[in-house]
Each structure stands twice: as structure tokens, then as C-alpha cells.
Design a protein around this ligand. Sequence first.
Ligand code: ADP
Length: 602
Amino acid sequence: GRGRWAPGRRGGEKGARDGRRPRVTVDSSKAKTSLEALKISLRQLRWREFPFGRRLPCDIYWHGVSFHDNDIFSGQVNKFPGMTEMVRKITLSRAVRTMQDLFPLEYNFYPRSWILPEELPLFVAEVRMMKDSDPSWKPTFIVKPDGGCQGDGIYLIKDPSDIRLTGSTQSRPAVVQEYICKPLLVDKLKFDIRLYVLLKSLEPLEIYIAKDGLSRFCTEPYQEPTLKNLHQVFMHLTNYSLNIHSGNFIHSDNVNTGSKRTFSSILCRLSSRGADVKKLWSDIISLVIKTIIALTPELKVYYQSDIPAGKPGPTCFQILGFDILLMKNLKPMLLEVNANPSMRIEHEQELSPGVFENVPSPVDEEVKVAVIRDTLRLVDPQKKKRKDIQFLFWRFVSAFFGETPLERQNIASSKNEVNVRCNYLMCYRCQTLEPVSEAKEELLEAGPADRAECDTPQSPEAELPSLCLKQVFPKYAKQFNYLRLVDRVAALFIRFLGVKGTTKLGPTGFRTFIRNCKLSNSNFSMASVDILYIDITRRWNSVGIDHKESGMCLQAFVEAFFCLAQKKYKSLPLHEQVASLIDLCEYHLAALDEKRLVCGRG
Ligand code: ADP
């Protein structure tokens, strides 16, 4: 009808024929509890929301739970496959432990942990040994069920014999962890920090951290754990979902007070007490990067299984919630990583006893809307297209004019013009290259407020605050790349997986790996290779969560790889043994590829 095609009601929108950009489309039909914050963000960006999904592909799919909420074949999804599995308490503890084996000092930001029930005997033995060597050590431990959240099923113990092995907990795997007894207190209360981290891309690794987060407070003054107070959850657990039910919970519209505050308000407080806030931030950044480095190897295995390389498929990004506890000496300690951090911007309030109502929470809104909006700005597909075109145009200009210093100067002076031309080209592309029928259908699907196809001449970017997300990787890559050894082991593992879509390596794949990397010799026969494979695989499959596929999982391969490295390079520290073996394998594989290339050409 006429109304649908009429020139814009907002600020002179006239549609694609004006050469303005088509708006980014977002499918929010699976956004669940993040829907409210997402809607506000999209309004601020003036992007197009499809709350009930869409027949045509969207640019971005916003999922509330996991990558698999919907079958997606193009565009970008706000979840990585396998992330939920990766950040479960047991998987995270295992991944961090592998890194602690290689780099114990670098990974001392995660409390010592044991996996139950399989490591119960080890836990008992190690605690006994430590107590024997230091009788003044009076530890407390925290037991957390695997896959639990919101403090569910968590309890504190003073001795390994206090672990509840009866009833449902026996069958429920858990992590037992050293309890941090001396946390930093504010107003005599324990609190933790929820920081939002954007994993923008896995390959190449790109990480952003939100400049502000939330601090969630306990509601009973803190005392170091004693047998008497071990059960007082409002004193020891900072979970919002628990403390909200305490009579002492303070709702506040002010970001500096109440039981939930912004992290920046805490930093101001600390800074006024003379604390080195810069150092604290740099420690937090380092904790985040190192944790993600521990997660990426297995994530890559999941990724290639769900989105095989070379086939059309979506790309992924994800907002993660990092829960961090500050120790009295300001050292940040990682508690856990959430794949689905709550993006609710309202909270429950008890109006009268037993009567709850959802009311807006300004603190949540301030932090969370900014995180979602700026994530979208960073993954904006149109910015990427413009960058690509600018890059191609620049390559063309460089190739055409050459690159002597004088010429470079000339090029620099014409660079602005090139950018202007690129923007023009971009707009031109928008008008002409979109298949006409598709563009028409987009318009027909648009609601009354969504008629215009393109942005207003004044881009919404100009009206938005600067990005709240700060890039930390690759910005600080140089300082952390040496830690990415398991990533390289995972690349070897993926190479030998063979059939796309699997996550486990069969015995033939393992043998081919050994053969191609020339790792077997008179001291290490192929029969020993098979025994190593069977031994390690069987053990991992008996403890693993994933019994769907048979074969060797990545962690088992990593263990086998460490074994081989120790055998080959006896006297070196473990990380050097592993690095040397990786170098050797990569060398042999590169030579093999070269040979195949030459043979292929021949
Ligand atoms: P959940 O996923 O159930 O919230 P967490 O690991 O976040 O589990 O633990 C819940 C709360 O328990 C944390 O918010 C924190 O207050 C407290 N906590 C967890 N681990 C430790 C620890 N090692 N030392 C001290 N407090 C801890």
C-alpha cells in the first residue's frame, strides 16, 4: 500500500534509492530473558528487529541459551557451539588445570580444585599431605555441583570427610575448591564482580572487556568461616538470586549504594582509599585473556564440528559473564564463567510479604544495555563490508601508484578521497547489488515504524556514547601468545580428526598423526602407540560427559601429547617439552604439505 512505501516519517528517510545503507536485521525470536535489553539496544542503533523470526535470512541471530536454539546457516549468531559445555564447573576446572600444569604461576588466579567423585581419593590425600606439612593450615573448601547455578546445592566444609556422599549428591558430579577465606570487604560485606567479556572471534582471537560491570553484595557482615557460620549463605555466597531473599537486601536506584552496584563505583571507593586501581585492572585483563586462552582449544573442536571449514555457515560471537572475587590484597580470583549471563534489566521486589513484582533496575540497565548495544556495534556487518571494500580499494590504489616514499605521500593525501569514494561505493552497492525481490520482501515485512530501508543521513553512531567495550586481544597478544600451546595441540588434533563433524579421534587418526609427525622409533613402536591410545582413551571416556561418540577426545589427546613430550625431552620443564614437540610436529607436517603440493603440481 501507499503507506508502506511512503517516504520516511522519521527524519527524511527516503529509502535505498537515496544511497543510504540498508539497516542491519536482527532476529530476536529466541532472545528470551535478554529481549528487553536487546530491544532497547536495537532502538538506539535504529536497526531492524524481527521478534517473530523472518523468512529471509537476518544479519544477526540473538539467542537466549545456545548456538542450537535455532538452525542458522548464515549471518552471525551470538553464541558459540560448545560454550555452555566448556564453562561448566568441571570442564572449566579441567581446562584451567591443563594450563596450570604448563604454567603454574600464570594460572594461580583459579583456586585449587578437585573433580568429584573421580578425584575424591586424590583430594583426601592431597589435603592430608598439605596439613601434615603445615599444621597451622586450617583450610575451608567449597563444594559446587557441576552445571549448577545461582548458588544451587553449594556448601562449605572444613574437612574432606564432610563431603556429602549420600542421596542425590552422590550421583551428581561436582567440583570441590579451596575457599578464599580473606576476600576484600566493602562496608564489612563480601562481594563479587560480574564483568562482561565479548569473545568477538575465535580465529583470529579477538576479546573485548566491558569497562563497567556489576558488584553483587552479600547481605550479612562477613566473618572468616568457622564451623558455626559455615551454613550462613547470606554471609558467604554473593549470588544475587540468594541474597535477594534476605531481609537485608537493599534495592537502590543509586549505582554507588545497595546490594547491587556498578563495579566502577567500587573502583572509585578503592581509589579513594589509595588502592592501585590501574594494577587491579591490568590483573583483571590478564585473568580474562588467560581464561579464554584455556577455553579456546576445545571451543575450536566444537566449532569445526558444527561449522565445518569451507562450507557456508554462520560466524559466532558471544558475551560471557566472568565472576571474579577480589582477595583482601586486591588479587582477582576467577570463580566462574557464565555462557548465558543474565541480561535482565528488572528485578523482583517484595511489595508485601510473599508478594513480588518485577520493577526496572537502573543499575542493570545502565551496564547491560551498553554491553549489548556495543557488542552489536562491534559486529555490525555493514561496518565489516565497508572495511573490506576500503581495504580492496586501498590495495588497488597501492598497486596502481606503487609504494615509494614520495608516492606514499601522494597516496596519503588522496586517502581521504579514496575513503569518500569507498563510502560512495558502499552506498552504491547497497542500492544495486541486493537482489531486487529480496529488498522488496524486506520492505513488505517491515512494521509501520520500519518502513525506511536505510539509515537517516545522520548515522545513529554519531549520537551514541563511545564504546563501553575495550579491546584487549589482539591488543596485548604479544604478552600472552606464549601461553597458547594447547591451541596448537588442538590444531594438530583437528587436522587428524578426518571426517568433518566429529569431535573424537579414532585409532587410525592417532596412528596417522604419529606416523606423519615421525614420532615412532625403535624405542616407541606402533604397538606402544596403540596401547597409549587405548589406555588414555578408555580412562577419559569413563569420566567424560559426552558418551555419544567413541574415540579420543581433545583432553585425552592433550594428555597423550604431554606423555610423548615428556618421553622425548626428558630434562626440560613441561611447557618447554610440549613446545618442542609441537615445533617438531609442525615442522614435519609442513614438509609433508610441501611434498604433497609439489607432487600435486607434478
Ligand atoms: P554458581 O554458579 O552456583 O553461582 P559460583 O561458583 O559462582 O556458583 O559460586 C557461588 C558463590 O559462592 C560465588 O558467587 C561466591 O560468592 C562464592 N564462592 C564460590 N567459590 C568460592 C571460592 N573458591 N572462595 C570463596 N567464595 C566462593
